[in-house]
Each structure stands twice: as structure tokens, then as C-alpha cells.
Design a protein around this ligand. Structure first.
Ligand code: MG
Length: 303
């Protein structure tokens, strides 16, 4: 059966701007619930400065605890903002790391105090370094469907950036709609030209549901043959540098959509309910997409 890879980013993107700080034990509990549901590709953390993102203060301790629990190293990924973060991540047996470059000068300046070209050079250096070390590197092009500061970007600009990153050997380019400004027509305009030059398994989508179009965009991606998606349990998340951005597309919604499309995700939706409940309890947020609420109401009425 045709298979979709869901990269669960709840522990990283989902948590990074949550006001309630989770301890390492809390994160382990959430990770365990996600794994029980069949989510094996987990982005665990981000090796950023804890001053910038306090929620990631335990990046080392949490990584260590997860690898100590004995999962295959290729199941876990972490975000590295720069070479220093990369060196920290290398202290753990990660086989895959993620890097980020934003689509505009303004967004890069807000994120890492560099202009677009310097940020891009930083990521190109990371790609080279990862390949020397035999690691897989995913590159998120954030603000690819709109910048929180400069608004919509020309399609040709996003395509030029994407082509440079893929051409330089990014194992996967993740078109990231960081603020949920995209729509299916824009997604097709970006993906179709890229698919003429690069195979679908080198492209991924990272969607936020700010305006409710994350699932329609995901469907457009599926129809074009994309099989790699980021998602966050219960729709947890936002972005500390992207005002107004709401959570990632909910993992349960994406799983339900894929299964209805006849695509296999390996995720057990029934079991995932526990992960959504745990994420909600730990963060104090009301989480869960419509399919979750439907499953809960059905369970309650049958008992
Ligand atoms: Mg995000």
C-alpha cells in the first residue's frame, strides 16, 4: 500500500511557544503515547539557545533519555538552527536533522539576526557538513507561502530558493507554511514546477492551520504525489517568531485524511486519542481536531 510518512513535530514545533514549561519526564510521557499510536518519526527537540526558546532547555537531557530507551536512531530528528546547534545534536546518535531558512530578509533577521543570503549560506554549510557526517538533512523553507512581516512572496522567489537548496543536496525540502497563509492553488504553483526537476520524496509539506486550509493543501500535495508531511498531535503549536500563527495541521486529521485516500500511515487513530489527551493535560491547552472530538463523542455514547 502507498505509504505516507508523518513527521510528528508536536514535541518541538508544538511545544516551543507553550507558556507552560514541560519537564523531561512530561515529554517522555508524551513521546511514549505517540509511539504507542504508531508515530515513529518524531522530531524531538531543537538545539537552540534556551534563552530564545525556554521550552527546549532540556534538549540534551530529553534526547539522551529517548535514545537510552532504545528506539532505532533513524526514528528521531532534531532541529538545528546553526552549526553550534549541529555540534550539540552530534553528541547524540541522530541520523536525521532539520535546518531552517526563512523566505525573506525580515523573517531571517527576526529569527537569527541574519539577512536571507547569509541565512541561506548557513544552511548550505549545514547540508555539506551533514553529508560529510553521513546524516540526512531536511531543510524547512519557512514562510514559503507568506512571510509574517512581508506578506505574500512571489512564486518565482520561493522556487529559486527551493531549487538552490535542493540543488545543493538538501535531502528533503520542506515547504513550510509557517503562518498558515497558504492555499491549495499556491501549493500547486510551488510544487508542480519543483516536481518537474526533483522526485516527490525530496519534498515535504509543513502546514499550519491558521486559516483552516491546512488539510486542503495537504490533499493537494497528496494528489501531486507528496508523501512526507509534518503534523502535530492535537494541532498543538504556533511559532514564537511568527505572530498570529496557530498550531500545525493536527496529526489525527492528516492520518484520517490519508487513510480515507487509501494511503497507509502506520498510525492507529484509536490509540492516538491517548496522545492527544496527554498533550492537552501537559500543556493545559484544549487540543484535538474534529475527528478527535467525533471519536470521543462516539466512545462516550457507546459506554
Ligand atoms: Mg511550524
Amino acid at each position: 500500500m502507498d505509504r505516507v510518512i508523518i513527521n510528528e513535530v508536536g514535541l518541538r514545533d508544538g511545544l516551543q511557544n507553550q507558556p507552560r514549561l514541560l519537564g523531561t519526564t512530561d515529554k517522555l510521557q508524551l513521546a511514549r503515547a505517540l509511539q504507542v499510536a504508531g508515530l515513529h518519526h518524531l522530531e524531538l527537540t531543537s538545539f537552540v539557545s534556551p534563552r530564545a526558546v525556554p521550552q527546549m532547555v532540556d534538549a540534551d537531557a530529553f534526547s539522551q533519555a529517548m535514545f537510552a530507551a532504545g528506539a532505532p536512531a533513524q526514528d528521531y530528528a532534531a532541529l538545528v538552527p546553526n552549526l553550534r546547534g549541529y555540534e550539540r545534536a552530534r553528541q547524540h546518535p541522530y541520523r536525521e536533522l532539520s535546518a531552517v531558512v526563512a523566505s525573506t530578509d525580515s523573517f531571517n533577521r527576526r529569527n537569527i539576526n541574519k539577512d536571507l543570503e547569509s541565512a541561506l549560506q548557513g544552511v548550505l554549510a549545514l547540508i555539506e557538513r551533514a553529508h560529510v557526517d553521513g546524516l540526512r538533512l531536511r531543510v524547512h523553507l519557512s514562510g514559503a507561502m507568506g512571510c509574517p512581516y512581508d506578506g505574500p512572496q512571489p512564486v518565482r522567489h520561493i522556487l529559486a530558493l527551493s531549487e538552490r537548496l535542493l540543488g545543493a543536496g538538501a535531502d528533503e525540502l520542506v515547504i513550510s507554511d509557517t503562518i498558515g497563509a497558504g492555499h491549495p492553488r499556491l501549493a500547486r504553483a510551488l510544487l508542480l514546477p519543483l516536481l518537474e526537476s526533483f522526485p516527490a520524496d525530496r519534498l515535504g509539506l509543513h502546514l499550519h492551520d491558521t486559516r483552516g486550509l491546512a488539510l486542503p493543501i495537504a490533499l493537494a500535495g497528496l494528489e501531486l504525489g507528496l508523501r512526507r508531511f509534518d503534523a502535530s498531535v492535537g494541532g498543538l503549536g504556533g511559532c514564537p517568531y511568527a505572530p498570529g500563527a496557530t498550531g500545525n495541521v493536527a496529526t489525527e486529521s492528516l492520518v484520517y485524511l490519508c487513510e480515507r485516500e487509501g494511503l497507509h500511515t502506520g498510525v492507529d487513530l484509536e490509540a492516538l486519542q491517548e496522545g492527544i489527551v496527554v498533550a492537552g493535560q501537559l500543556t493545559g491547552q484544549e487540543l484535538g481536531a474534529p475527528v478527535f472530538r467525533w471519536m470521543r463523542s462516539r466512545t462516550q455514547s457507546c459506554n
